[in-house]
Design a protein around this ligand. Structure first.
Ligand code: ZN
Ligand code: ZN
Length: 399
């Protein structure tokens, strides 16, 4: 079994490095009822570290499933004002926000994609302002994984929670002794980010089996990785684990074909072996070995859902890649391989953003969904003034 000490280090890294909790700061935690033991530990550590107030918003995918299967469409798309107001009142008062995530890949698999789509869109519209606050780093936030029984069963074929905890801590680079390895890793990511920012490439070229894609970068793009700063310049780590160095593509500058290298779990449904073809930024054709209808729903969320909003480089030295497993959770799977995201770009990925996505060359959408393309045969080059600089060769960073 996993030791109390290792779990405490994980709670501390989420609080101290993740949201960088400050004395008397409010903290809001979103968690599943399956995470209650870890939530209790996290709340205890948060107050010990000086948090002023900790508020937990519980969720349960099984309860949601019943509503999605049996309630009327009116009920499914109704989001109460007080739900949104509650989240807003915390964030407007400077709260930090932690989301603990598990995986419920199969729990929603019998909910019709169209009903799931209605529900998701309604929440996205209602919580738009809340999402914008976090995407603009107005509040410090952190997403981290915590095991649930279905997740363990999905990954290993048995409900081995201890094993899943071990893998989660391994991927986070946290153990009984602390989290020094994570801090060293964050330094390496920062070095690569700094190189990419000083090179200021015009585009990236992706080559490999089933992959021939040119991705122009947004004119004033900025590469980010690991540690980010909130609007007051206070550092925080939005994702644990994190392996990516990422930026925003130019909305209309993506051309070519790319194949997924891993299944994409979207709202509990699995989309597998799919490819997408881009022309001037927009998806003009696609197919999937499995889950094509779900992919179609995703791309039809709104106009921006069929354009890219993120380009992220990850190499094969990632501990998630080394484990060689699908975790059925984007937080982990996106850190196994280089990826893109359909939908909304992070405004923090461009310099001098004035609120106008179109003018900045950025895509805007209600959705943001990552999908993996990286593999051990992939080469990525930076293009500038007719030169082609290798960044990743055979899946590995060369800078
Ligand atoms: Zn990403
Ligand atoms: Zn993303």
């Amino acid at each position: 079994m996993i030791s109390e000490k290792a779990l405490r280090n994980y709670a501390d890294v989420i609080l101290r490095v993740g949201v960088n909790i400050q004395t008397d700061q409010k903290l809001i935690i979103n968690a599943s009822v399956d995470h209650k033991d870890f939530v209790r530990l996290l709340v205890e550590r948060a107050y010990n570290l000086g948090a002023g107030e900790v508020f937990v918003v519980w969720n349960d995918t099984y309860v949601t499933r019943q509503k999605l299967l049996k309630a009327s469409e009116e009920v499914i798309k109704n989001i109460y004002d007080w739900e949104v107001a509650m989240a807003k009142s915390f964030l407007e008062n400077g709260a930090a926000s932690i989301s603990l995530v598990g995986s419920y890949a199969d729990v929603l698999s019998d909910v019709p994609a169209q009903r799931l789509g209605i529900y998701t869109r309604a929440r996205q519209v209602a919580f738009r302002e809340v999402m914008e606050r976090t995407m603009k780093n107005k509040n410090r936030w952190c997403v981290a994984g915590v095991p649930n029984p279905e997740w363990a069963r999905k990954v290993y074929g048995e409900e081995d929670i201890g094993r899943l905890w071990n893998d989660i801590l391994f991927m986070a680079r946290v153990d009984e002794n602390g989290y020094d390895e994570l801090l060293k890793h964050l330094e390496r990511l920062k070095r690569r980010k700094d190189i990419l920012n000083s090179e200021n490439f015009e585009a990236l070229k992706y080559e490999g089996p089933g992959m021939d894609l040119t991705v122009q970068l947004a004119p004033k793009h900025l590469w980010l990785s690991g540690i980010e700063n909130d609007e007051n310049g206070v550092p925080f780590l939005p994702n644990i684990p994190t392996e990516e160095v990422f930026t925003a593509p130019y909305k209309y500058g993506v051309n070519g074909v790319v194949y997924s290298s891993m299944p994409l779990v979207y709202q509990g449904n699995v989309i597998e072996n799919f490819w997408v073809k881009f022309q001037d930024g927009k998806v003009v054709d696609f197919d999937a070995g499995k889950g094509k209808e779900v992919l179609k729903e995703l791309l039809a969320t709104d106009d921006g859902a069929s354009y890219l909003g993120e380009v992220a480089l990850v190499d094969t030295s990632s501990p998630i890649y080394k484990l060689g497993r699908i975790f059925y959770n984007t937080l982990y799977d996106e850190n196994a391989a280089a990826h893109f995201a359909f939908g909304r770009a992070y405004p923090t990925c461009v310099r001098e953003f004035n609120g106008d996505f179109e003018q900045a060359g950025l895509n805007n959408s209600l959705t943001h969904v990552d999908f993996m393309v990286g593999n051990p045969s992939m080469n990525v080059y930076g293009l500038k003034n007719g030169t082609k600089v290798p960044l990743i060769l055979n899946g590995k960073w060369v800078i």
